[in-house]
Design a protein around this ligand. Structure first.
Ligand code: ADP
Ligand code: MG
Length: 240
């Protein structure tokens, strides 16, 4: 039997003025599971993460986390409840050191005095830069720092927005292994990514979206055989 879902998104709607960015998105995610969210640019993937993590309130539908409605709760409260995310374009505090960026996040979450910032930095190969300003990191390292910042709040649900973009093949592989190991430790992950090789390595299931609507849910292998998925991806001009 699959475990109880940690996250249940049902009929989620988000509008920006007259524009409907999410038009009824439904999926669930259990602890230890990695769900991929894929679709052409502008299909609403980041908006979906933004609504789940509390950056935007939904205009319709529901978001249940541990069985409780959280739609509209502020991000900082949700971070304390165990939801955190990475950003498509990370914006670390550039003048703070790498270590200070992570320490700040660790205090911002549900403070755990035993949390080992140094072990986290070492795991993400940022230990060498711990005392350097974040401004000195290259873009792959900034992505790693953004993941460290999110992990410092010890999330149970991690929303990952295009973390793999810009990584070289070796870095991609390391990141895939890292995300899988977080899932093996019981974390639930929602992973937005264009690179299908990465999605294949990391996810158990995928949801495919287009124009704010989810139209496929299943394994990536089945998705790649689905005529509608093929049509939308080719039509969207996005290959990964
Ligand atoms: P994806 O991450 O799949 O590329 P997004 O969720 O970023 O797509 O965007 C979906 C659509 O919603 C796009 O058309 C985008 O321009 C629009 N959108 C996203 N955020 C906002 C916002 N804050 N204000 C207005 N429109 C937005
Ligand atoms: Mg996006």
């Amino acid at each position: 039997m699959s475990p109880e879902p940690l996250l249940q998104v049902d009929g989620l709607v988000k509008r920006f003025g007259g524009f409907i960015a999410l038009n009824g998105v439904t999926f669930h995610l259990a602890p230890g599971e990695v769900l991929g969210l894929v679709g052409p640019n502008g299909s609403g993937k980041t908006t979906c993460i933004n609504v789940i993590c509390g950056l935007y309130a939904p205009d319709g539908g529901s978001v249940l986390y541990q069985g409780k409605a959280i739609g509209g709760q502020a991000s900082h409260r949700l971070a304390k409840s165990g939801i955190n995310r990475t950003f498509q374009s990370p914006r670390p505090f550039l003048s703070l050191t790498v270590r200070e960026n992570v320490e700040l996040a660790a205090h911002y979450g549900d403070p755990n005095p035993g949390f080992d910032v140094d072990a986290l930095l070492a795991d993400l190969q940022l230990d060498r830069y711990a005392a350097r300003p974040a401004a000195e990191l290259n873009s792959a390292q900034q992505k790693a720092l953004d993941l460290a910042r999110a992990m410092a709040t010890e999330p149970r649900l991690l929303l990952v927005d295009e973390l793999a973009a810009g990584l070289n093949p070796a870095e991609l592989n390391q990141m895939a292994v890292r995300l899988r190991s977080l899932a093996e430790q019981g974390m639930a992950l929602l992973v937005v990514e264009h690179l299908m090789g990465f999605i294949d390595k990391v996810t158990d299931r995928v949801v495919v979206m287009a124009a704010g609507k989810e139209f496929f849910e299943g394994t990536l292998a089945d998705a790649t055989r689905d005529p509608e998925v093929i049509r939308v991806f080719l039509g969207g001009g996005h290959h990964g």
